[in-house]
Structures are given as C-alpha cells and as structure tokens.
Design a protein around this ligand. Structure first.
Ligand SMILES: O=C(O)CCC(=O)C(=O)O
Length: 274
C-alpha cells in the first residue's frame, strides 16, 4: 500500500467494472454522478473561432429580432438553434463533434437525435434565464435506469467560480423529486472547466448557472441529445441543407424521424422494407 495514496487493492469483490479508454472513464463518472467533463479535442484556433463566431451570431440575432422584443420574452441571452443560421458552419460542426458523438452513443442505447442547440450568455453581474435549478426534461419527476437525454454544455470561455460556472446536484438523476433547499446548499457542486470542454449532464440531473461576478460575460453552447421519441424544440430537417452531411450525421440531426403523415404512408414504408 502506497502511503498517502488512495488504496487500489480490494477483497471480497466478485464483480468490478473494467475501464480501458478515456471515454469509458468519463462514461462511468457520468453514469454514477450524473455529470462529467469531456474534452472536445479542439485546437486553440478552433476554440478562438467559436468564440468569435459566437459574438458575431449573437449580434446578428439581436439585430434581427430586436433587443427590446427579446428582453420582453426573456430570450435576450439565448440564441436559438445557431446551427440553422446562414454561414454558421461552426455551430453545426460543434453539434457533430466526433468525441461528443462517441460519448453520447456510449451512454444512450440505440438511436439518438439532437433535440436543440442554444448559444447562451451568462451576463456579467446580472440574472439570466438559466440561473435557476432545473432538469433539462422540465416538469418530469421520474428516473430512468439508463439515460434518455444528455445535455452537452460547451464552454466557450473558461468556466470559473468567479464567472458563475454551472452548479450540479450529483446523483439527482437517481432521485424523482427535487431535493430540499437545505440539501442543495450542502451538496451542490460547482463545475469549473476550461474553454473547449463539454460539461455533459444527464437530463435528469438538477443544475443551474451560477451568478456571474466577473466583469465579462460567460458564454456557452448547450446541446440536448435524446432518444428519438421526443420531438425537436425547433425542427432541424427542412431548415438545414442536407448537403455535405453523411447518413449518420443526418440521422443525428433528425432526418428520417419525422412523424409518418398517414396510414397509407406507414404501410408503404413497411412494404418497402421487405
Ligand atoms: O449557463 C449554465 O451554466 C447552465 C446552462 C443550463 O442550465 C442549461 O444548458 O440547461
């Protein structure tokens, strides 16, 4: 036994989880704690491009919809579906990040689709719409033995305790009701992560943005991936060109998961499979 180190030997154990790769290690953390940090594997130049494109897109969005209107409906700090905006290939690539997709497919059994992507700003020294405890499947009070949806919160900036990095409530994906305020005060964990990482959160894990005490905004891009039984927040097929996408990418973006329009179409589809 190495003094001062966590012991690794054990006795009386018949079964132990084996973990060989980094993704498997993060998967184990995610399944147990309800969240983990995943390095997206981006270069410094990629990280800088996302930062610049985030600001350009936010400005275009605010100009397009009008700041007063967006403020009046509490949408001022959120750009909805940035991957759908013209010339915003950066956000499409982020949603299809290969490391992220490998991770999501390791925790959601079978097919999954992108439900939504949002560019979100936690403004300096002001409240914002993600600064309250919630689940990413809101109004739901069940637990599932396997994840049915995952939030991948991309850190555009370094997430620090000073700039209001995300708080999570570990293990709360395993508990139906929201824990008491006393429990939250004692057990919430603030997750700090460098720009270029995803904070991956089980959709049933309670979490919230913190108050940003720093002089600069904290920027993030969230992605909700879920089993295809839940419809997308904003429809992607039909609003995004399929050009340049492979079959796997199209499926993840929801192509082919539209509701079947009639019984005739359903039967015709079955016949085609013969
Ligand atoms: O801004 C944050 O850190 C939290 C974001 C969040 O709550 C969400 O994406 O659901």
């Amino acid at each position: 036994m190495d003094e001062g180190k966590i012991p690794t030997q054990s006795y009386g154990i018949l079964e132990q989880k084996q973990v060989l790769t980094d993704i498997e290690e993060i998967r184990e953390q995610f399944l147990t704690n309800g969240y983990a940090i995943l390095d997206a594997g981006l270069s410094g130049a990629d990280i800088a491009t996302i930062q610049a494109d985030f600001d350009t897109l936010s400005q275009r969005y605010i100009t397009h919809y009008g700041s007063d209107k967006l403020k009046s409906c509490d949408e001022y700090h959120t750009v909805r579906a940035p991957l759908l905006f013209e010339n915003s290939d950066t956000f499409l690539r982020l949603a299809l990040n290969p490391v992220l997709l490998e991770f999501v497919s390791s925790v959601i059994t079978g097919s999954f689709i992108l439900n939504q992507q949002n560019a979100i700003t936690n403004p300096s020294r002001q409240p914002y719409n993600q600064g309250k405890w919630h689940r990413d499947l809101p109004y739901q009070h069940f637990v599932s033995s396997r994840p049915i949806a995952v939030n991948a919160l991309y850190c555009v900036d370094d997430f620090t305790s000073d700039n209001g990095s995300t708080y999570v409530l570990p293990f709360s994906h395993l508990r139906e009701e929201m824990p008491s305020t006393r429990y939250i005060k004692n057990h919430a964990v603030q997750v700090c992560a460098k720009a270029g990482r995803f904070i991956v959160i089980n959709c049933m894990t309670f979490h919230t943005g913190g108050f940003n005490l720093s002089p600069l905004d904290r920027r993030a891009v969230n992605h909700l991936f879920n089993i295809p039984f839940f419809k997308q927040q904003i429809k992607i097929p039909g609003n995004l060109s399929e050009e340049g996408l492979n079959e796997k990418q199209k499926k993840i973006l929801g192509f082919g998961f539209d509701e079947i329009q009639s019984v005739d179409a359903f039967v015709a589809q079955r016949l085609q499979r013969l």
